[in-house]
Design a protein around this ligand. Structure first.
Ligand SMILES: C[S@@+](CC[C@H](N)C(=O)[O-])C[C@H]1O[C@@H](n2cnc3c(N)ncnc32)[C@H](O)[C@@H]1O
Length: 255
């Protein structure tokens, strides 16, 4: 018995199987100088996911995958740690560390229970990592525990609106209809054994963040630039240019 929740075990198996499909995007991320975010690669100058001054700061990436975000933090002078649930994803991350001659700790584990003491970090980040695949009721309080007073949390995940517009079966791409109930949305398992995702309404995110000890600083709905493309089939440019397909939450741990 591993003692891990069933969604963590399921997602571990899925991400170990999907890891090969994320090698190319990982390699691209590691060679990129200027961060760009999400499936539309919205530039950092627009999103400002990262705090202005990371030099000497302690940072953690929750669900780091191939760890290109951690590499961006490291290059900005942060003492960064990446944690991920998939050994196969971390194998790519470790190879890229060697190829780019960058070294920082990479931990195989569950972002809902991180082996660091309270108040170890100044900044926590997740781009489609724990914020999509881990239970918010577990990982958000855990992020609050890990952060120092005044520390920042930034995460990017699929928008609630997009999830409402995806049919429960068939072609799992966003439509222009509301196809699932908004109330009570939390854990979602798409057909075809796609792993376990978590999606909250904006009200639920706000209440969870606040009761975990955060003040919310921003909610940014991302819009792709004209001509942007994505390899992901769950949303088209036409959809994402009209409605937000991705959202960024920024919060700060209360003193
Ligand atoms: C899409 S990748 C995120 C990395 C990168 N930003 C990207 O977009 O490719 C999702 C990652 O979240 C990790 N993950 C899923 N559940 C997790 C959990 N409970 N704890 C830590 N990592 C988790 C997966 O193993 C996977 O590597």
């Amino acid at each position: 018995m591993s003692g891990l929740p069933d969604h963590v075990l399921k997602n571990r198996a899925k991400w170990d199987a999907w890891a090969d499909e994320y090698v190319a995007s990982g390699e691209r991320g590691w060679t990129q100088d200027a961060p760009a975010w999400g499936i539309w690669q919205v530039p950092e100058s627009e999103v400002r996911m990262l705090p202005g001054d990371l030099a000497g700061k302690d940072a953690i990436e929750l669900g780091c995958g191939t760890a290109y975000v951690s590499a961006w933090l490291h290059r900005r002078g942060a003492h960064v740690v990446g944690i991920d649930n998939s050994q196969a994803q971390l194998a790519t991350a470790r190879r890229l560390q060697r190829e780019h001659a960058l070294d920082f700790p990479l931990i195989h584990g569950n972002a809902e229970s991180v082996p660091y003491t309270d108040a170890s970090f100044d900044f926590a980040i997740s781009e489609y990592g724990a914020c999509l695949w881990a239970d918010p009721e577990r990982w958000v309080p855990e992020a609050a525990r890990l952060l120092r007073a005044g520390g920042q949390l930034a995460f990017l995940t699929r928008s609630f609106l997009l999830t409402l517009c995806v049919p429960a079966e068939g072609d799992l791409a966003a439509t222009d209809r509301l196809l699932r109930p908004a109330f009570g949305m939390n854990r979602i398992e798409w057909p075809g054994d796609q792993g376990v995702e978590f999606h909250l309404s904006h009200g639920d995110w706000i209440r969870l963040l606040r009761r975990s000890g955060f003040e919310i600083e921003d909610l940014i709905e991302l819009r792709p630039a004209a001509g942007a493309t994505t390899r992901y089939p769950f949303v088209t440019f036409e959809w994402a240019h009209q409605w937000p397909s991705e959202e960024v939450w920024k919060a700060r741990k209360r003193p």
